[in-house]
Design a protein around this ligand. Sequence first.
Ligand code: GLA
Length: 735
Amino acid sequence: MKSAFRISFLLAVLIFSNDFLFAQNAVIIPIETKDNALILQADKEGHLGITYFGKKLGSQSEYQLIASQSRQRDGNAGIYNSAYTPAGSWNVSEPALQITHHDGNKSLDLIYVSHKTAKENDHVSLTSIVLKDPVYAVEVTLNYKTYFKENVTEQWSVIKSAEKAGIMLEKYASANLYFIAKDYFLTHYNGTWAKEMNPEQEQLTAGIRVLDSKLGTRANLFQPPSFMLSFDKPATETEGKVLLGTLAWSGNFRMDFEVDSYHNLRLIAGINNYASEYPLASNQEFKTPSFIYTFSENGKGEASRNLHNWARKYRILDGEGSRLTLLNNWEATYFDFNEEKLSGLFKDGKKLGVDLFLLDDGWFANKYPRNNDRAGLGDWKENVKKLPNGIGYLVKEAKAAGIKFGIWVEPEMVNPKSELYEKHPDWVIKQPQRPEHYMRNQLPLDLSNPEVQNFVYGILDKLFTENPEIAYIKWDCNAITFNAYSAYLEKSKQKQSQLYLDYVKGLYKVLEKLRAKYPKVPMMLCSGGGGRVDYEALKYFTEFWPSDNTDPLERIFMQWEYSYFYPAITHSAHVTDWGKQPLKFRTDVAMMGKLGYDIVVSHLNEKDLQFSQQAVATYDAIKDVVWHGDLYRLVDPKENDFASLLFSTKNKDRAILFSYMTGNRNGAGSDTPFRLQGLDPAKKYKVKELNLYPETKTSIKEDQVYSGEFLMTVGFNPAVSARRASVIVEISDAH
Ligand code: GLA
């Protein structure tokens, strides 16, 4: 319905759009993507609720019939389905927004005022809905940015106050959603250092299940802000209704999943309000981070491909671009290196055929040299004993060896044993009256302090200014936040409860400034592993370090789980000496991510070296499919003795199938074919095994041509077994 219409209870002027519908005087706002719809409807008092979430209808006019189909629309249901639940008034369930007004009053109500939809282009639109408290001058704008083709919605809120004096935000969610299904199955992740991304699926029951972090820096160490939610029954890769959700925020997060008394599900996702009351001055606004989600009726596979397509196109820095293969010296040398040793490693990297050499921790600090993790962090001057000629010399040497040069930094952190700590004890996050509490012998710097922001920016800016040819940065962050206290906030008469948020805001300011000057340099987001990966950080980083655990067996499981949320182009995966598997297995696993090496190349025997050189060349030939293709997870290692997954090009002319043994009981292996996906049934394909170890032969019949239909109906058997513990097969158009 396009005509303008007057709604008696609204005092404000309405902004009409094509998507604006009415039912019995109600405002109906459909938020649609290619396949899905979120339907918001204001009741007669102007309270905005969610009446529907799921597959979209062909005709928008039928959305007005939804509410009449529900027998739950009594007083309580009207509370539960709030599109942004205010606290302290008629609404008594878990709030999305809780505040204290300037006069100490804690009540809030939010009434629909207006909405508008602005099209950024044919695929991206932003619907903004304004809600207002009828008593206090507080206004909230709910924003829903939809990426039509990818079926992704990015949702955030903007809170404004025009009260006489400042108000206090006590809970300030990004998104508040409401789902109606028979049952709800939540998959969330737990872990710790070197054990990231262990999935757990549970059926939600009445009450609130909270996923959260209170760790501050490195917030995701125990739990990432990402989850899968299946409706009615647990979704599989190819079947079932499932939502993938993630909060784009590199700090404390909180997600409340509440099964209400109607057995409907309320979701409230945002920054964790733990110890984080946040002041909002008059006529200022507070913008929450984005909650990002996609929904599919066809299982987790489709949902994750949607998210990958969105992330590469719209979010990840250079998401559709290229990446550098590399040789890292961390496990090869740890802190023990000098110029000569490094020059040798440059040559090794060149011999291997990778694009870049990455110098890790240990290159800096003099008064307290960084020869172990107990000293030197914060003193970003080359260690004169190890590197008498500085970084500039290394960059030149690397260039002469024919390899690019990258470098490790951990700019947000300090060892108490450092000149930085001696000079600026007030830059450090610690409680002045309590003993310091360390993680890896270090403490975070106080990024809420603009001086510290400048210092952190300056570390990188100096490196780049002095050495414009630095081609890669690994940005680490190894400690969580204990004893959250900021000398800066105290001195500037701000609130200590701002620290957790202002830290993250400070970090983004630094990254923003850095990217304004150095827009392209690839950067790896590392946090002793995957301790802080999220979709806000990935605006600035090209890839992340999923875990310090590079045992290939563990990486198969870990990268499998990460792959629901982040595309393979972002998974830094290095061949190391972790694990008991042979070099081929370790390499094959790393090749399903962004390939790197962290081994002593000179220790490789002749055959291993020959294999690795071939592997780098093979990777160069398939990386485009891995980085930019569609991922299909075919055989789940959690339920089988092996894992198998496939990347295929968008036009389905080429696919790479990776298979790995993960169990070895009873002659385990792929005895029968399993169905492939992501091919064209009408196309004819040939198969070829890649990355064979020297002097081994494939057991795959490579002269056979198969139809896509055959491969996706009968299936294919890569013949993975204890004897062939990892197999990579290229499937390509036979014509
Ligand atoms: C962290 C990283 C490692 C390495 C070390 C260096 O643990 O995850 O890859 O860079 O720091 O100290």
